[in-house]
Design a protein around this ligand. Structure first.
Ligand SMILES: Nc1ncnc2c1ncn2[C@@H]1O[C@H](COP(=O)(O)OP(=O)(O)OP(=O)(O)O)[C@@H](O)[C@H]1O
Length: 278
């Protein structure tokens, strides 16, 4: 299957398939800023006066029991769900509430959903190439010769995600964990400023989880990374700052040890899984 055919056959528009050309102004503040955000579904407040600030280059973990509002929060940032009230800013220049999903993606906000969606019949290299091909400024060059710059970028991303050796193998042969890394790599091709990652280690082996922890921590600094995750052991292994959501608001924020010993946090986790925070 040719790259262009695969692009045309895709069954949904991926976030990475939009051009990036952004200047995000973080000189005077955070890269992401949510203030007093509320989302009501038929009167039920899934998000309730949520305030959240993510600094440029930060790696933040978001935890919270089922129904706390984690997915809805991600949906607000990416423009999928519109808040009933509040403000959401990307740097000091971009009011995300005035933008639609493709516009927000084109600012450099990439979202990794839980399930990997790579092109199994294509090689790992071609998957990364395709992620770049989504950029309409670059697409014409694919029909001619790939520029050295793109090749270099692909090699750089392959090294970051640890798949250099397998680059010419079809993505279909990869393990679940390796597919997740490839998809993160596809997002990285567009040099995002903020990556939103939903439950990255669900279904992974211990070894894959360790490698994912290394990958995500290596990305922080170069870009901001927000990870929603249920696996507390994993959160503990990567977290600098943890935000605990509960009933659509921030219940606690701090180091993993701080939030795990917070009586309010212990209380909301009791009844779910007492050992989860251990
Ligand atoms: N479109 C919708 N219509 C009505 N209620 C919704 C909708 N989307 C989410 N909710 C409700 O909002 C609350 C928050 O849901 P959300 O999926 O954001 O939580 P979550 O923290 O991601 O949970 P989980 O950990 O189970 O994925 C839940 O009570 C959910 O049932």
């Amino acid at each position: 299957m040719s790259l262009l055919r695969a692009l045309a056959d895709r069954d949904r528009v991926f976030d990475f398939m939009t051009p990036r050309a952004t200047t995000v102004d973080v000189r005077h503040g955070p890269i992401l800023y949510l203030e007093d955000v509320t989302v009501s579904f038929d009167g039920f407040k899934a998000i309730n006066n949520l305030n959240l600030t993510i600094d440029d280059g930060e790696l933040r973990c978001i935890i919270g029991p089922n129904g706390a509002g984690k997915t809805t929060m991600m949906d607000i940032i990416t423009g999928k769900t519109r808040p009933t009230q509040g403000s959401v800013w990307f740097g000091s220049r971009h009011n995300l509430l005035n933008m639609n999903e493709p516009e927000i993606a084109s600012l450099g906000i990439g979202r990794k959903f839980q399930k990997p969606t790579v092109f199994e019949a294509l090689s790992i290299f071609e998957n990364l190439e395709l992620a770049m091909a989504a950029d309409k400024r670059i697409l014409p060059t694919l029909t001619a010769r790939m520029s050295g710059e793109i090749q270099d970028r692909i090699e750089e991303v392959l090294a970051t995600i640890g798949l250099t050796e397998l680059r010419h193998r079809p993505a279909g042969i990869l393990s679940h964990g390796q597919k997740q890394w490839l998809e993160i790599g596809m997002l990285l091709m567009q040099k995002p400023r903020l990556l939103l990652v939903d439950e990255p280690v669900a279904g992974m082996t211990e070894q894959e989880m360790e490698r994912t922890a290394e990958l995500l921590t290596s990305l922080a600094g170069k870009q901001s990374v927000v990870v929603v995750e249920h696996d507390m052991g994993f959160v503990r292994s990567i977290a600098r700052t943890v935000t605990v959501l509960h009933q659509g608001s921030v219940l606690a924020e701090g180091s993993m040890d701080q939030v795990a010993s917070d009586p309010k946090v212990v209380e909301v986790y009791l009844g779910a899984d007492e050992k989860e925070l251990a």
